[in-house]
Design a protein around this ligand. Structure first.
Ligand SMILES: C[C@@H](O)[C@H](N)C(=O)O
Ligand SMILES: C[C@@H](O)[C@H](N)C(=O)O
Lengths: 162, 162
């Protein structure tokens, strides 16, 4: 399937939370997101990488609407009491920048292109999530507009360059 | 937008690698996936959560075709020499199980439903990635068929229950 990058999107109305050092055993993700669902907080991007089994712990990050910040803090306080993670980090100054297209599952070139543009411009990547139609990164909100412009240029999405 | 779960997919031809304790600064993801792209290895699911800034490190996991296992090991050996991560963990016994649908961005109920089914059945979730049309988890390959059957039942996708 030919890879086509159709556009760049940028979401600036989300906050991030990372729950670090959760027990890495069945039922933990269910508890975390069960509580978020009960509180009617729309969770957007969820990322969890894999760690080594010997650590026995894992980390989950996710984004949710800035408007739900206080509500999320109190729900996550409940999660903290129940699961005692090592650390909880909130960030209300992020942006989610995504490259949208088709056929991207079969082309690591698009992902590495996105990461290279950000890396060369000293923009730190906080979270990464991928699908066949979208590669999303979380970055600092103050680099959002830069990133979108740089990515339009890199993927030749500008009207002038067509 | 109404949430509709259309189906469950299961991919058993992928391997996983986690690169743990990478420097959390710009350009690192670019280096990792630049090398994978150069080697023509199709990277499928990439996940990176956020850690606390004081750790100064982060972890990236991704999946790639089982058929590229030896090639990936040698590329990642190069990455290891260049970036000296704390740890590299390969796993050639995984499955990627996904809930596919529409409107899922606005419904944490689908994600928590997926996690609850797996959790109740003692199936450990190794990686999580999400988009509006797909929620994917990495689990052990030996629980793949169970998971698909349980999820069909939970989301009422069986022909008999319609
Ligand atoms: C960390 C969390 O994802 C856990 N492994 C679970 O299965 O719920
Ligand atoms: C860890 C890695 O994602 C790093 N933060 C980067 O921006 O490249």
């Amino acid at each position: 399937e030919k890879v086509v990058v159709a556009g760049i999107t940028c979401k600036k109305d989300e906050a991030k939370v990372s729950i670090v050092g959760l027990p890495d055993k069945p039922g933990i993700a269910a508890l975390v997101f069960g509580k978020m669902a009960e509180a009617n907080i729309n969770v957007n991007m969820i990322t969890q990488s894999s760690l080594s089994q010997k650590s026995g712990t894992n980390n989950i990050s996710f984004t949710f609407p800035l408007g739900d910040f206080k509500k999320a803090q109190s729900v996550i306080e409940t999660i903290k009491k129940e699961l005692s993670p090592e650390e909880i980090v909130f960030d209300d100054h992020i942006a989610i920048v995504s490259v949208v297209g088709v056929g991207m599952k079969t082309n690591v070139g698009v992902a590495s292109g996105l990461f290279a543009v950000l890396g060369k411009n000293a923009i730190n990547i906080q979270m990464i999530g991928t699908s066949e139609i979208k590669i999303s990164v979380v970055i600092d909100k103050n680099r959002a507009d830069d990133s979108v412009a740089l990515l339009h240029e890199h993927f030749k999405l500008d009207k002038l360059s067509q």
